[in-house]
Design a protein around this ligand. Structure first.
Ligand SMILES: Nc1ncnc2c1ncn2[C@@H]1O[C@H](COP(=O)(O)OP(=O)(O)OP(=O)(O)O)[C@@H](O)[C@H]1O
Length: 296
């Protein structure tokens, strides 16, 4: 009989030993023996997930954390037959909202037991630091500056509200730079680019109408605005769910995105800082199986 391993990030926003213990207990009651491996440093989740996938002992590898933990676990198991489970214990948990993963441990354990999964195609971000898998979205420009300047301490204290603080200070301080972005090799000019697999942003805000998780494509949202006032309106429209109708914003579909600019434009993926441009983004050559409810 195959087992379950839970890769838990103790630094994730809503990490909870008691919730993991309850989840493990419910899995055991359903006849699924589960063990827990805690991460000790950034990137450790990839090593733990890779070892688990290569051992062939586990049907499911569960990422207990937020989008950053899910991305690191996914990087270790993408292309294998193991199924990714998600126990949403992060700050924003965008992928979990997107795939309608139960936040309740009892319902989540039942979902793992039922064995349903969907197949998604994650993205890869290539920078000077090497290739890094992302599951939900990456961005270059203003949006990434927010992530770069969000205080880890404040995030630990007030959770997602720390991003609101950083958004306001970034609106005042970020020097908007226009750069060239190649979308499926076609050049465009923008001050920010959001490259998204999903349809949601920062939790449950609507970014696009269509989720591209099951496609070998991204949704690419270009901010063509160059003034601060226009940027403020764009940010407001994002949080009001009206970004699709905002002047100076364009949504395209693509399989590759390149930002050749050597001008050190900030980059983030799945809510974590990922250095600066130049960068290239493409679709993972192998898919990922993710445990979901039949409706998810
Ligand atoms: N033991 C650890 N010590 C320090 N950092 C860690 C450790 N384990 C993982 N990390 C790092 O923590 C980062 C943040 O984790 P994660 O994204 O899951 O939580 P979050 O930021 O609260 O959630 P969300 O992305 O949903 O807002 C990960 O990208 C990972 O690199």
């Amino acid at each position: 009989m195959k087992k379950i391993i839970i890769v838990a990030n103790p630094t994730a926003g809503h990490h909870s030993q008691s919730r993991i213990a309850r989840f493990t207990r419910h899995l055991a009651q359903a006849g699924l023996p589960a063990s827990v491996a805690h991460t000790h440093y950034p990137g450790h989740a990839t090593i733990l997930a890779r070892d688990a996938a290569e051992s062939g002992l586990y049907s499911h590898i569960v990422a207990a954390g937020g989008d950053g933990t899910i991305a690191e676990v996914s990087a270790g198991m993408v292309g294998t037959s193991a199924i990714l489970g998600i126990l949403p214990l992060g700050s924003a948990n965008v992928l979990a909202h997107e795939l309608r993963i139960p936040f309740n441990e009892i319902r989540n354990a039942a979902l793992i037991r039922a064995g349903h999964f969907t197949t998604i195609w994650p993205g890869y971000l290539h920078t000077q630091a090497g290739p890094q898998l992302f599951v939900q979205m990456a961005s270059i420009g203003f949006d990434a500056h927010i992530v770069h300047t969000t205080s880890t301490r404040l995030k630990a204290r007030i959770g997602r509200a720390a991003y609101a603080v950083s958004t306001l200070s970034s609106l005042l301080r970020y020097g908007l730079t226009e750069f060239t972005v190649l979308i499926d090799t076609v050049p465009h000019r923008a001050t920010t680019v959001i490259v998204s697999k999903g349809s949601l942003y920062a939790g449950k805000y609507a970014l696009t109408r269509h989720s591209a998780h099951k496609d070998k494509k991204f949704s690419v949202i270009l901010f063509e605005t160059s003034g601060k006032l226009a940027l403020m309106k764009t940010v407001l429209s994002l949080f009001l769910g009206r970004i699709g109708r905002q002047k100076g914003v364009r949504t395209l579909t693509a399989a590759t995105v390149q930002v050749p600019s050597p001008a050190a434009i900030p980059i983030q993926s799945d809510g974590d800082r990922k250095g600066f441009s130049p960068a290239c983004l493409d679709i993972s050559p192998s898919p990922l199986r993710v445990a979901v409810t039949p409706a998810g």
